[in-house]
Design a protein around this ligand. Structure first.
Ligand SMILES: [Zn+2]
Length: 234
């Protein structure tokens, strides 16, 4: 399975790796800093040996596939140089950490809230959750509490946990639909100070101030008890 360099260092922008497989425009390396689409976070773009990477995703074996703009001229066993589109990825990291901050605020304020989905885009993120009432007042509350956490500049960290630990702490799972969790070979959690800890495979900024000001730009009712907010970071 591809070694996930983005788990060791979310700030790694360039790397060298060995080509393990080339299938048309698809390339598998022995290791990569390109985040593969999963858990609501989009796949990275960038370039490998100067050829554009337009998407990154997992194949059925858990290997990370880089989809190139064209078929490459490099071949198996070559050492290539990868470079991610850092500006895009950093914005995505800020939005992903922002979404975790908001989920921590919601859990603290409303207790047993469940998240029905979330998706991060290049410029915004949306979060779906079950809440009886979501009006302007609640939205203002979410913004205020979230930005307090941003201002506190709390550290953001990740660690690998065992299956037993996860069984002891079911609250680490925030998604209502458990089938939405990626089937990774190892379990990873992401924490924010002592206010949040949840199962997550994504890349995050190293402390909350880096997120910037969180703004809720839209709220929607998506049926009974199903609420959606769209956020941006400034
Ligand atoms: Zn997440």
């Amino acid at each position: 399975m591809t070694e996930k360099l983005f788990w060791k260092d979310a700030y790694l922008k360039e790397f060298d790796a060995k080509v393990l497989e080339v299938r048309g425009k698809e390339v598998i390396l022995d290791k990569t800093a390109f985040y593969a689409r999963s858990g609501g976070q989009p796949g990275d773009t960038g370039e490998i040996n100067g050829i554009k990477v337009v998407d990154t995703y997992y194949d059925a074996n858990g290997n990370i596939v880089h989809l190139l703009e064209r078929e490459p001229d490099f071949k198996i066993n070559d050492i290539v140089h990868g470079k991610i589109d850092w500006e895009r990825r950093h914005k995505i990291m800020r939005l992903h950490t922002a979404a975790h901050i908001i989920s921590a605020v919601l859990v603290k304020a409303f207790g047993n809230i469940k998240f029905t989905g979330s998706q991060i885009y290049e410029d915004r993120a949306r979060m779906d959750f079950n809440l009886e009432k979501l009006d302007d007042e609640v939205v203002r509350f979410i913004e205020e509490k979230s930005n307090e956490i941003v201002e506190k500049d709390l550290p953001v960290f990740s660690k690998i946990i065992s299956k037993e630990e996860l069984e002891k702490h079911p609250e680490l799972k925030r998604l209502m639909d458990e089938s939405k969790y990626e089937k990774f070979d190892v379990l990873r959690v992401v924490g924010i100070g002592d206010i949040d800890l949840q199962l997550d495979g994504g890349t995050h900024v190293k402390s909350t101030k880096e997120v910037g000001r969180i703004k809720v730009v839209k709220r929607e009712n998506k049926g009974k008890n199903n609420r959606r907010i769209t956020i941006v970071v400034e």
